[in-house]
Design a protein around this ligand. Structure first.
Ligand code: EPZ
Length: 444
């Protein structure tokens, strides 16, 4: 396993480009199962999760060639297998995105139930509710979802849950509905830009989806989808992560390909905290040298602050004077990063779905452990600002969802070394005799 060794305290400076959006690329790749012909995708980010989903698709009879730096080509050459295997699905929850396309195109699907993860409980009841409403027979046995439908039929579906809409649930139902008989109306659909990107992709293949970006989607089923070519949107979450890196290191960076129109809440919050964010033609200039003021933040479904930026924001607030209150309404337990930031000297107190952050003068380097994708990004950002050296273990979490983030940050002047994780020698320190005598007597 690899780990990062980060030397902090270096203001970032220079220009980097944002990559394609992971959470758009994954459902779009899954939706290539629906196409009757070859599909070419541009701007797919080079991520572990992309590679994992590609393996799932190949196991489902898809031929995939090309490379993410240019274009990836997808074409089904054998549609006999309808099982997405546990061994692959357990590595990435987003594999559940193949459920809707498989059922719609091959009339059957057998997909391993996605496991939980460190950001909290992640059921798929809304996915299954929508597919059942469209006539699918669904059973759950031995950790697999078994779904069957000769031909899905259009339905009126309410997809709202206790925590708002569901992103991949909307992707699954929308993908299934494009080949259903009749019209499907989805209420409380997710409005995230990644869902819009999937909808635009499907429409480019001949689907009839209206209402993208609103909670009300209308999908008129069609007989077939053609092949085609599509460019995946840029990643607003990566863009926010890079902006926060500029703020934490008090640097000035120029970002290319920032989807500014999809980032109003994020840009407004960072500006309120004290960053200057301006557009210069195609460039987004982020000046993190300004003063700081604490702020409250609530992570909400789009267009609110994305839950996928909450951890990174917490790193920034850890060194912002004053008290900030962070609440995550989407994943109320998504605070694994807080305890690791505390190891770096942050002052953070959990109160249920809320964390109270008291800004400190500076963080200090420490040995920390990444727990999930965005938590690992938060720790990298905190390490950039910390005094001294930080060692971050389990950085495989980061590589799942960021395209060479360490290279990008190093090109801006950071010092992040990716090294093999040396097992720390468990040398027990010498125990003073009197203590050890006491200990042995107590043990007796
Ligand atoms: C997507 O996950 C993203 N992943 C997540 O990004 C993101 O955090 C999340 O949406 C919210 O924006 C991908 O797109 C691959 P949800 P998803 O279904 O679809 C509850 C990252 O770091 N819920 O929108 O799994 C659920 O428990 C990842 O890139 C139900 O109750 O999230 C949660 O509280 C992490 N029943 C809320 O809804 C359901 O059937 C939102 O979940 C489905 C969800």
């Amino acid at each position: 396993m690899e780990m990062f060794v980060v030397s902090g305290g270096r203001p970032l400076k220079g220009r980097v480009s944002v990559s394609g959006a992971k959470n758009a690329a994954l459902p779009i790749m899954a939706a290539t199962l629906l196409a009757d012909g070859p599909v070419t995708l541009h701007n797919v980010p080079q991520l572990v999760d992309v590679a994992t989903l590609a393996r799932v698709l190949v196991s489902l009879g898809m031929k995939i060639h090309g490379d993410t730096s240019a274009a990836l080509h997808f074409e089904t050459h054998d549609d006999s297998n309808v099982t997405a295997d546990y061994e692959l699905v357990r590595r990435m929850r987003a594999s559940i995105c193949v459920l809707g396309p498989l059922l719609a195109r091959r009339k059957r699907a057998c997909v391993s139930l996605p496991g939980g993860c460190n950001i909290g409980h992640r059921p798929i009841d809304l996915h299954l509710k929508g597919l059942r409403a469209m006539g699918a027979e669904i059973t759950i046995e031995n950790g697999y979802v078994y779904a069957e439908a000769e031909r899905l039929r259009g339905a009126d579906i309410y997809l709202g849950g206790a925590f708002g809409s569901t992103v991949t649930g909307t992707c699954n139902i929308m993908s299934a509905a494009v080949l259903a008989e009749g019209t499907t109306r989805i209420e409380a659909a997710a409005c995230e830009p990644e869902v819009v990107d999937l909808g635009n992709f499907l429409n480019s293949l001949g689907a009839h989806i209206q209402g993208l970006g609103t909670p009300f989607l209308t999908i008129e089923g069609v007989e077939r989808l053609s092949g085609g070519e599509y460019r995946v949107a840029y990643d607003r979450i990566e863009a926010a992560t890079l902006m926060i890196a500029a703020g934490l290191t008090r640097g000035v960076v120029e970002l290319e390909q920032v989807p500014v129109a999809d980032m109003t809440a994020v840009i407004e919050t960072l500006t309120h905290i004290g960053l200057k964010i301006d557009q210069l033609g195609p460039l987004t200039i982020v000046d993190g040298r300004g003063l700081r003021s604490a702020t409250d933040l609530v992570a909400l479904p789009y267009p609110g602050i994305p839950t996928d930026v909450q951890a990174q924001m917490m790193s920034l607030m850890s060194v912002t004077p004053g008290m900030s209150v962070i609440t995550d309404r989407v994943f109320p337990d998504r605070f694994m990063h807080a305890s690791e930031l505390v190891r770096m000297g942050a002052q953070i107190r959990r109160e249920g779905p809320t964390a109270v952050v008291q800004g400190v003068e500076h963080l200090s380097g420490a040995h920390v452990m990444a727990s999930d994708l965005r938590a690992s990004a938060a720790l990298v950002l905190a390490a950039l600002a910390a005094e001294g050296e930080t060692v971050i273990r389990r950085i495989y979490h980061l590589d799942r969802g960021y395209e060479r983030l360490d290279d990008k940050l190093n090109s801006l002047g950071a010092s992040i070394r990716r090294v093999d994780d040396q097992p720390v020698g468990l040398t027990t320190p010498e125990v003073p005799m009197e203590l050890s005598k006491h200990r042995s007597s107590r043990a007796a």
